[in-house]
Ligand binder design. Sequence first.
Ligand SMILES: [Zn+2]
Length: 353
Amino acid sequence: MAQTHYNRSTTGGLLMSTWIDFKELRSKLDFEQVLRHYGFEVKRKGNQHHGFCPLPNHNGKKNSPSFSANLEKGIFQCFGCGAKGNVLDFAALMIKADPKDGAALRTAAAELQKRFCPELGGKPQAKEKTEKQPAKPETESLPVVVNAPLDFELKGLDAEHPYLFNRGFTKETIEHFGLGFCSRGYLKNRMAIPLHDNEGKLVGYAGRVVDDSTITEDNPRYRLPGERKHDGKIFEFRKTLFLYNGFRIKAPVDDLIVVEAFTGVWWLTQHGIQSVVATMGADCSEKQAELIVASVKSNGRVWIVPDGDKAGERHAQTLLALISPYRFMRWIKMADDKQPTDLSAAELKNGFI
Ligand SMILES: [Zn+2]
């Protein structure tokens, strides 16, 4: 049901509204035509188009053909910037809007419908009466800013809190990563973890519960920055666009260790391992995979050390699929239910590199 919306014009009310049936519109639109509409040269091979990414927010390499579209299915993806979706998502991204923003998606869809499928607009008004679905509140179509650098730092974090000491982390490690217990606000009763983007700019804080017995659905183990409206813009945080600790790798290295969690990064760093990054969860986005590849010399190695559980297995499979075409990889398998933080100093000394 979420596919169907009315787009009420502000002047004419319902009579002037443009009917958009997203599903129907998507099936009628010709992706090749849409690409040409935006001025792109389509190099068709069978159902596929490959080329440079046309998206205005593309932030990967500019001169590699990272963009591919299945013109038959009307879907696309870009290995460079990680964008993917259907033809309507594409249209939204072309106007620098977030496809998840219903109002922006409607604006983009309405434009394509008017141009390519005008016959789909203006369905009879009676249709609405049969629709039980209440009209969705119109959110303003605000510009979206992703991973904006913070203009403040959390003050008064307690770096002496026993949580990390009890887990074997040293004062040096805690200071190096800027960790500390937060006693108020959004991260109250959590260990605050500063998050830096690929350029090393502080873009937010993660917060880890220090008392696992308090973990519930509403109080998850980790809390990440949410979305907020400010100054007429929507600020969004996306962990999929960077690697934790990735900014410390200034030039491609011979050996890079990839773990799932923050704690793995702290632990391995504390034991003298130089280049460690985390994907911040069992998923790895294409953007993160691209960053991993770019952080390792072409004859270097990517060592993956996922947790010894089902999610870790999935993590490893994802990384292997995305990275092994480009870099030599080694998978260090942890014993069942073990994590990189369970590795002893001796194992870490002999296990890598
Ligand atoms: Zn792109």
